[in-house]
Design a protein around this ligand. Structure first.
Ligand SMILES: [Zn+2]
Length: 280
């Protein structure tokens, strides 16, 4: 039985059964996490490009979303050194590189991932300003500090290390550097309450952490960061298809249609934190 929160250490916890899982809710920081929160699978699963054969339409959508995220990243990052945590095969870094204006192609990129196959692929295809290491975040040894640290679809996989993850992030981030987080599922959303344990982003095997808007505000205060963006990209994202999505929701409610994935307002968070300057 878990008796303290893995992010804030508070013991103000309650538990709730969702499907076969017990979900713990912390009433201090608002994090939710699975009671069985230790991550047994020590790898990230964001490397479909290498391991799975996605349907052609999905590949097109994914590529379009890469381009949108890369354009956002270029606009919002602090140019200089970039660390991509859970970089997979490095494809998003190449997308960022393509999105950079010609005069600023000098950024240096470091990518880390636990998946050796993905890292070997990344190393083989690396440009001269890109380096890749096979390691998890907490064991990543470096003397370097970074201007921007990126999590694209990977923060939710940090599991039992979530407090240490933010402590280490602060150490690795330059003053006024940024943390940019894409594709973070929010569990304060209508689709989760509709589909519960059947929602594809409620991944009890790999992803034990369940974020929401309130826990992001807690992280901002606790780790002395400044939240400069918290948005829910749906309109304008590659996955937006309003009429189909509305009809699917109606079908679930009225006809009990079994669905696991309905892109919708509020499902996914996009976050930019800035490392606040500490005035002495
Ligand atoms: Zn907590």
């Amino acid at each position: 039985m878990v008796n303290s929160c893995i992010l804030c250490r508070s013991n103000k916890l309650t538990s709730e059964k969702i499907g076969k899982e017990t979900v713990m809710t912390c009433h201090n920081c608002h994090l939710q996490f699975l009671e069985n929160y230790k991550n047994e699978h020590e790898y990230y699963l964001d490397y479909e490009e290498v391991k799975h054969n996605f349907k052609k339409e999905m590949k097109i959508l994914r590529k379009k979303q890469y381009e949108l995220d890369a354009a956002h990243f270029v606009k919002n990052c602090v140019p200089g050194s970039i660390l991509d945590v859970g970089c997979s095969a490095g494809l998003f870094m190449h997308e960022i590189y393509k999105a950079l204006p010609p005069y600023s192609k000098t950024l240096d990129f470091t990518g880390i991932d636990l998946d050796i196959g993905a890292i070997e692929f990344a190393q083989k295809n690396a440009l001269s300003n890109m380096v890749y290491y096979c390691t998890d975040f907490l064991n990543f040894q470096t003397d370097k500090q970074f201007d921007t640290i990126l999590f694209r679809g990977t923060l939710q996989y940090m599991s039992d290390d979530i407090r240490q993850t933010f402590i280490k992030l602060k150490k690795l981030l330059k003053e006024n550097g940024k943390i940019i987080i894409y594709f973070l599922p929010s569990f304060y959303n209508f689709i989760f309450y509709l589909l519960k344990e059947n929602w594809c982003l409620f991944d009890s095997v790999e992803s034990k952490l369940m974020f929401n808007e309130d826990v992001i505000y807690f992280i901002e205060k606790e780790f002395e960061l400044k939240l400069v963006e918290l948005s829910y990209p749906y309109i304008g994202s590659a996955y937006e298809n309003r009429m189909t999505d509305f009809n699917n929701v109606i079908d679930v409610i009225k006809n009990g249609k079994p669905m696991t994935n309905i892109p919708f307002y509020g499902n996914i968070m996009q976050i930019v934190f800035e490392n606040k300057k500490v005035w002495c």
